[in-house]
Design a protein around this ligand. Structure first.
Ligand code: SAM
Length: 483
């Protein structure tokens, strides 16, 4: 059956339409040297806080694909410059930090790239008990983390929704010293509207689900059996999550599985689809790349992309969907992350352990790891490094707790209030980190940054109140303030 492209359809074959992607790639090849067109596309993306624009996307997947296909060095330089300017105009220099928490690696799927696949006999299987989750959360709080992304393999018997809900409840309930986990994002397999509703009621932040690949034929081969084999069930999951009441949705592609140009067009079409049917685009986009892992050799997937092309994709996502947060994990090295931060990333994980039960071990365990961690620094080191690169580390969770999710978050971003809200919230949460968890060297650098950045809060009253609150935090008289 031939499907027609329709961004507003609820059928995966129509909103991620294979023929539309092929036509897009052909259009991009045809126009990749058309400098007039290219500069007119770039002009549309200049950061002027598009107040008249209702859309999350400022250019469509076709225009963005032309920019991706163009290999003129001058144009590429323009693209990188523009991405930096948009990042600063829309997000400022804040970077939000989080850590993944692996609950269980039991899995009934056959994903060829993932070490959790059911027939991997060498990986030890483990599922955390609620007591073990408590211990992991205490270890994470003791580092200074406030936001987690929980991860689990798919296994309705070993990790049913009740187990996930209990775990979320346990995580929120742990209050150790001044620590607290204030936002739990969830990265579990595609599920039903009812189960998404339960997750919403458990007060999750973002529901994250990576598409892995948008190329259906390849998807079916890479997921040869198990519930994840069902491409449409997986691809339409975000629509069901929204129906279940979750309006902060996180997209992602596992780069390396299929051609990057195909994935890039598919990813933007998915964002356009969410906008078309929900009136709000994705809250975040993640950019993982396939990494070595137990029983997994990434060179078997012949689509790895260079660091340079990876950087360009990050820059173009930032340009095409300027209001969407972008996440890069510790799959990437310090050098790759440093560049990515400049080009548009707004959230990073720090001090991650991708093994089940990894945070309570003295030495980073590798036997149950989901993938090799390239960036192995401590959270304190990551925070200091961010500040050295002039980024403000933030542990802020205010928007979600104040009900600014979905379209309310988007209109908040577009109203340009970030400097009066997110910036002071970043400084207050950084102050908590400095007071409770930082090493002396990080404290020294951090307090200087806080003082310097306070001056950048435009509203005078807000600035004074923020300074007052920071003093309360610093002297141990209060915490968890937010605007
Ligand atoms: N089981 C859930 C699912 O199927 O969506 C959720 C999470 S899984 C623990 C998290 C993500 O890790 C996957 O969606 C996949 O993109 C990524 N991943 C799996 N194997 C990987 C590898 N070898 N290198 C990098 N990322 C990998």
């Amino acid at each position: 059956m031939a499907y027609q492209y329709d961004p507003a359809s609820h059928c995966a074959d129509e909103f991620i339409n294979h023929q539309e992607i092929l036509d897009t790639l052909a259009y991009a090849q045809e126009h990749k040297n058309d400098l007039d067109l290219i500069y007119s596309i770039l002009d549309k993306c200049k950061p002027n806080l598009h107040p008249d624009k209702d859309h999350c996307a400022v250019i469509g997947h076709r225009e963005a694909s032309v920019l991706l296909a163009c290999d003129d060095p001058k144009v590429n330089e323009e693209i990188f410059k523009l991405a930096r300017a948009i990042k600063l105009a829309y997000y400022g220099n804040r970077i939000v930090l989080f850590a993944p928490l692996y609950l269980s690696n039991y899995c009934i799927n056959g994903c060829l790239y993932c070490p959790y696949h059911a027939i991997n006999k060498t990986i030890p299987r483990r599922k955390l008990t609620q007591d073990e989750i408590r211990d992991e959360v205490i270890a994470l709080q003791d580092m200074g983390h406030k936001r987690l992304a929980i991860e689990s393999g798919e296994d309705p018997r070993m990790s049913p929704i009740e187990y996930i809900l209990d775990s979320i409840h346990t995580i929120y309930s742990v209050k150790h010293k001044n620590g607290a986990i204030r936002r739990v994002n969830v990265n579990i397999a595609a599920t039903t509207v009812e189960e998404y509703r339960m997750l919403k009621e458990a007060e999750i932040g973002t529901y994250i689900l990576f598409q892995e690949t948008y190329h259906k034929e390849n998807y079916l081969k890479l997921h040869p059996w198990g519930p994840k084999h069902d491409y449409n069930w997986h691809t339409e999951a975000m629509d069901r999550a929204f129906q279940g009441g979750i309006d902060d949705l996180g997209l992602g592609v596992l780069f390396g599985l299929d051609g990057y140009a195909y994935e890039f067009a598919g990813l933007l079409m998915h964002a356009e689809h969410l906008e078309a049917v929900n009136g709000v685009g994705p809250h975040t986009i993640s950019v993982p790349r396939v990494k070595p892992a137990d029983d997994i050799d990434p060179t078997e997937f012949d689509n790895s992309l260079s660091d340079e092309m990876f950087a360009k994709i990050i820059a173009l996502i930032r340009i095409a969907v300027p209001y969407t947060g972008m996440i890069i994990s510790t799959r990437e090295s310090e050098a790759v992350r440093r560049r990515a931060l400049e080009l548009g990333i707004s959230q990073i994980s720090g001090a991650s352990r991708t093994s089940v039960g990894g945070y309570t071990e003295e030495i980073r365990p590798t036997d149950t790891e989901q993938f090799d961690v390239s960036d192995q620094r401590t959270l304190d080191e990551v925070i200091r490094w961010l500040m050295e690169c002039d980024h403000i580390p933030s542990f802020c969770t205010a928007c979600y707790r104040a009900g600014r999710t979905g379209d309310r978050f988007m209109s908040f971003c577009k109203s340009g209030q970030i400097l009066n809200y997110c910036h002071p919230n970043a400084l207050m949460t950084l102050s908590e980190f400095l007071t409770d968890y930082a090493s002396p060297a990080t404290q020294e650098m951090g307090w200087k940054m806080v003082e310097r950045e306070l001056a950048n809060i435009p509203d005078e009253q807000r600035r004074a109140l923020c300074a007052e609150r920071i003093e309360l935090i610093r002297t141990g008289q209060g915490n968890d303030f937010r605007f």
